[in-house]
Design a protein around this ligand. Sequence first.
Ligand SMILES: Cc1cc2nc3c(=O)[nH]c(=O)nc-3n(C[C@H](O)[C@H](O)[C@H](O)COP(=O)(O)OP(=O)(O)OC[C@H]3O[C@@H](n4cnc5c(N)ncnc54)[C@H](O)[C@@H]3O)c2cc1C
Length: 407
Amino acid sequence: MNDGIEKFDLVIAGGGIVGATLACLLDELELRVALVEQRLPEEGELAFRGAELRFDARVSALNESSRQVLGDVGVWSGIRAARCCDYREMQVWDAEGTGSIHFSAAALGAESLGTIVENSIVLAELYERLRGQENLSIVSPFTSAALETGAGGEVVLVGESGRRLQAGLLVGADGGNSAVRRLAKISSAEWEYGQSALVTTVRTARSHELTAWQRFLETGPLAFLPLAAAEESEFRHSSIVWSTLPDEAEELVQMPDEQFRARLAAAIEHRLGDVEWSDRRYSFPLRQRHADSYVKDNIVLAGDAAHTIHPLAGQGVNLGVRDVAVLAEEIRAGLAAGRLLNDPVVLRRYERRRKIDNLGMMWAMEGLHRLFGAQPLPLRWLRNSGLNLVDRAAPLKNFLARRAIGV
Ligand SMILES: Cc1cc2nc3c(=O)[nH]c(=O)nc-3n(C[C@H](O)[C@H](O)[C@H](O)COP(=O)(O)OP(=O)(O)OC[C@H]3O[C@@H](n4cnc5c(N)ncnc54)[C@H](O)[C@@H]3O)c2cc1C
């Protein structure tokens, strides 16, 4: 360290769900790993579990594949014990017509379609696990600011404070606005949806019945994702993701609580009765983005840094967790075969395996977004009859559902 550079085998930039999961997955490989994060959540922010009925506004619908990965690294039981909600049904319908589709876990021979869990709970469990991990340095606060090349061709990540971390492989898991992607000059295809997502938590008069409810409005989809409160047996809390025009999202964030609740209940056609309580509201602009390459020299991208998709099917975290599961698998196989961490053969195999899956999901989201955003009458007819047709065509419906739930 006499040259002022801290040396590691692998540096992960970004300690969100994707980066932190990768750090756990690498535990068994006895590599010197650094996980850098600009801002670790404070203890209080992670203490949603068990606290009076407060929920994190950011939730994820984890599928079977993600649950398995989180189980393999030993955090799933902690997440379950903290708070999460398995949902067994999904109701999707179109505000503009008569189309609707219904998915049920029982019809697929599965116990649930997925698990809704607050991101803060997943992160709390991951960090609890990581704090005891040998060979791992959690470097925070650290904001990635520059990339340099080390004397032996290694990559050096430079923080805003001037701190320098060198590694044979740098993984950019630093989210949609990835600094690593920008600093490495990896181009990406991007398109705005012209929509923002409003998120909040609500309590409704009626139970959500362990069902995810999604209505496609003219301006975008509105989802009620079921939450479980340990103190409650009635299941009346839901997480809201309401994608709409940016001006409307802003108006919904600013309006008085009573007015917002009435608008929301009407927008979901009062399926869950009145909205009795709502938490703070936030909104995010939505854009779809896909990096042209996931790999450049000894830098690799994963999670939202590589691909950001519309939240309408709640697949963002699932794709990212799959990315790092495959990356860890390829690194493990490469090391076992005597290859270097940054061997292009290893990294390209990761890229090939993940690009197909991620692009498939992105195009499916794009198709749904366009179909449901369409106003011309023939498209509206197609959408309504299409939804009803798929609803009646059991094999196609089961295929779509099995893919989404990750089995
Ligand atoms: C409204 C909304 C609802 C969503 N709902 C769902 C859902 O139901 N299910 C689902 O699967 N997905 C959902 N998603 C998507 C999901 O949130 C993302 O796909 C997921 O969070 C990506 O994880 P990540 O770890 O790749 O990135 P992030 O969660 O963005 O984490 C990146 C980390 O990197 C850190 N970082 C950033 N820049 C730097 C820097 N320069 N230096 C150091 N650290 C840095 C950040 O602080 C952060 O901790 C939703 C997204 C939105 C916007």
